[in-house]
Structures are given as structure tokens and as C-alpha cells.
Design a protein around this ligand. Structure first.
Ligand SMILES: NC(=O)c1ccc[n+]([C@@H]2O[C@H](COP(=O)([O-])OP(=O)(O)OC[C@H]3O[C@@H](n4cnc5c(N)ncnc54)[C@H](OP(=O)(O)O)[C@@H]3O)[C@@H](O)[C@H]2O)c1
Length: 326
């Protein structure tokens, strides 16, 4: 690596930090073409931290050291140092996902609505395992609350790189004939308002840095109806199509948008209300012979959230042991 190129990059970053500053430079392409791939990655994320002598760490305009560059310079490319927001991470699938993403080296925002103690417990567990997490209360249906959450994250770690929208807003379990418009329309409104609000809030960072991962947690019930689940199934079907439209629109910014659709998940709140006979029937209908665990769902999310997933967008992962095949 030519020391002169490092010096030139160093100068560029003294003038202003980040991809925007760098990309605006007329000689960006020429310089970047000369650099090893890993160094270009470092530069694109707004800082230079090199094992070469004479190159110091750089901090961003906001004063935060660049976490991606830091990790990359140590050869850890996959997902490390990214900031992931997991909505509804105080229990169930969200908590398992937060733990796994943190174990993979991400800084994780554990969002919750009411369960502060449970969210803090998730954060403490991540901390004990050597990871980084922050619990932030916010009703994801409320614009002001979500903006406040994003401000807290920015102050701590910078913008959100990975959004896992998992929060489960309440819904009525009943037949269409017993259902009121308030119940059905209310669930549709909650589901889409939450997805709209959190997505709007994370996009400015993702589009600016031309990298992002968005994962929505859907459900197999959006495709295969089950008695009493019309409100949830219809709302999640809307969410899945919303994801595909976003995948189309956001592709040019290298933002991937995917959906994970679990079948029934064993270790969650809702599983606690399933009777044994119901559970037995569901297991019997599952080729892999058991119900999903929260960790199974988290693994699929973690793949979509990682750098490994550079080219899958607008897709759906069915995490259901083969109960439904699509
Ligand atoms: N469990 C299953 O069998 C299953 C199957 C298929 C799909 N899914 C999907 O997987 C996702 C997670 O389900 P789960 O069963 O793991 O959920 P869960 O254990 O019931 O947890 C729901 C989470 O959402 C949070 N939440 C609820 N309303 C919120 C709001 N307005 N703002 C912010 N957070 C809110 C809750 O926070 P608080 O506790 O703080 O209130 C909690 O952390 C859902 O999208 C669900 O549809 C679940």
C-alpha cells in the first residue's frame, strides 16, 4: 500500500469525514481503484484506522470513533460493529435476536414498550457475554417516541445500520363474523403505522451511507389462514407486501429488505396459551418434528442482517420446519 495514498486519504478526512465528503472528491475513483478492497471498505465507512504505522484513528464529525472501520481493520468483516435496532426485544423472538446479533458483534438497541425489567435483563445478559446493548423504551407506533429513540442511539453509537422490526402489537383472536371494524382496522393501522414509523426513522442513515439491512418479522399466517387469526394474518400480509415495495425502491442504496415468517414458536408468550392437543397437531404437521424455537428465527434474521446477505432482497424466509413450504 502506497504511503502517499494514505497521506492523501488522511488529508481528505481532515477536510470532512465520511463517505459523502470522500465520494464528492473528483479523484475518488482513481484513489479507490488503487486501494486494497478492505481499505476501501474502511474508507467508505468514514474513517481510517490502519495497522500501518503513521496512520491515526479518525473520528467522525459527531466525535464518535468509527466502529466499522475499527472492526474491519482487525479483519472482522461480517456484521461486526454495526448498530442493530430490534423492536420488541424484551421477550420472545426479539430478545433471542438481540442476543444473537450482539454475539455476532453488533451493538444492539433493545426496544420495549412496558417490560423495562425484562429489557434490562436482556441488556445485562448481552453485557455479561461481552457484547454491547442498550435498552430504549418507545412505542413504535408513535413518531415522536421513535424519533426520541433514534436520538438516543445516535448520541451513543451513531445511526442504525440494521432494523429488525419484530414488535408485536395486540390483536383480537376471533372469527370475522364476531369481529368489529375497530378490531380489524385497528390492527391493520397499528401494524402498518409501526412499520412505517420505524422504517422512516432509520432510512436517513442507511441511504446516506448506502448500506442497510431491514428485516420484518411476519408470520406464516399471512399465507395460510388459521381459525381466529384473520386480524394478525391480514395485517402481516400487508407488511410482507410493504417489504417487497421497499426492497424495490431501496435497492439502489444497497439496502436489502426481507421478511422472516415463522410458524408457531415454542418459547414465546403466545405459545403459553396453546393447549397440548393443539401443539401436538402442529408438531405432527411439521416434517422436522418440532415447533420452532426463538433461536431458529433469530438465525434467519442474523443472516439477513449480515454482510453475507449482499444480494437477497424482497425475499421471505419461512422458519417453520417445513409445516408450509414456499
Ligand atoms: N410467537 C409466535 O409463535 C410467532 C409466530 C409467527 C410470528 N411471530 C411474530 O414474531 C414477532 C415477535 O413475536 P413474539 O411472540 O416473540 O412476541 P412477544 O414475546 O409477545 O413480545 C412482543 C414484544 O413486542 C413489544 N411490543 C409490543 N407492542 C409494542 C409497541 N407498541 N412498541 C414497542 N414494542 C412493543 C413487547 O414489549 P413489552 O413486553 O415491553 O410490552 C415485546 O417485547 C411478532 O411480530 C409476531 O407476529 C410470532
Amino acid at each position: 500500500m502506497d504511503a502517499a495514498i494514505y497521506r492523501r486519504l488522511d488529508e481528505l478526512f481532515r477536510e470532512g469525514t465520511g463517505e459523502h465528503c470522500f465520494r464528492r472528491r473528483p479523484n475518488y475513483d482513481r484513489i479507490a481503484a488503487d486501494l486494497p478492497r478492505a481499505t476501501v471498505d474502511i474508507v467508505l465507512y468514514g474513517a481510517i484506522r490502519s495497522t500501518h504505522s503513521g496512520i491515526d484513528d479518525r473520528t467522525s464529525r459527531s466525535g464518535h470513533s468509527d466502529r466499522h472501520a475499527d472492526q474491519r481493520s482487525r479483519g472482522m468483516i461480517t456484521g461486526t460493529g454495526r448498530v442493530a435496532l430490534v423492536t420488541g426485544a424484551s421477550s420472545g423472538i426479539g430478545a433471542a435476536t438481540a442476543r444473537l446479533l450482539a454475539a455476532r458483534g453488533m451493538h444492539v438497541v433493545v426496544n420495549y414498550l412496558h417490560s423495562e425489567a425484562a429489557a434490562e435483563e436482556v441488556v445485562a445478559g448481552i453485557g455479561e457475554a461481552g457484547g454491547h446493548a442498550l435498552a430504549v423504551q418507545a412505542d413504535v407506533r408513535e413518531t415522536a417516541a421513535v424519533e426520541n429513540l433514534i436520538e438516543q442511539v445516535q448520541a451513543r453509537w451513531g445511526g442504525v445500520d440494521v432494523l429488525v422490526h419484530n414488535a408485536l402489537t395486540p390483536y383480537a383472536i376471533k372469527s370475522f363474523q364476531d369481529m368489529t371494524w375497530k378490531e380489524l382496522g385497528g390492527k391493520l393501522d397499528d401494524e402498518m403505522r409501526a412499520a412505517f414509523t420505524v422504517t422512516k426513522a432509520v432510512l436517513p442513515t442507511m441511504t446516506a451511507q448506502r448500506w442497510g439491512r431491514i428485516i420484518y418479522i411476519g408470520t406464516g399466517l399471512s399465507r395460510r389462514p388459521r381459525e381466529g387469526m384473520i386480524a394478525l394474518g391480514t395485517a402481516k400480509a400487508a407488511l410482507a407486501q410493504f417489504a417487497r415495495y421497499l426492497a424495490q425502491e431501496l435497492g439502489p442504496w444497497a439496502i436489502t429488505v426481507n421478511v422472516v415468517e415463522p410458524g408457531p414458536v415454542e418459547d414465546t408468550r403466545i405459545a403459553g396459551v396453546l393447549d397440548d392437543e393443539n401443539k401436538r397437531r402442529q408438531v405432527a404437521a411439521t416434517p422436522l418434528g418440532r415447533l420452532a424455537l426463538t433461536g431458529d428465527v433469530a438465525q434467519a434474521v442474523a443472516f439477513y442482517a449480515s454482510e453475507d446477505n449482499a444480494f437477497m432482497t424482497g425475499t421471505t424466509a419461512a422458519v417453520n420446519g417445513g409445516m408450509a413450504m414456499y
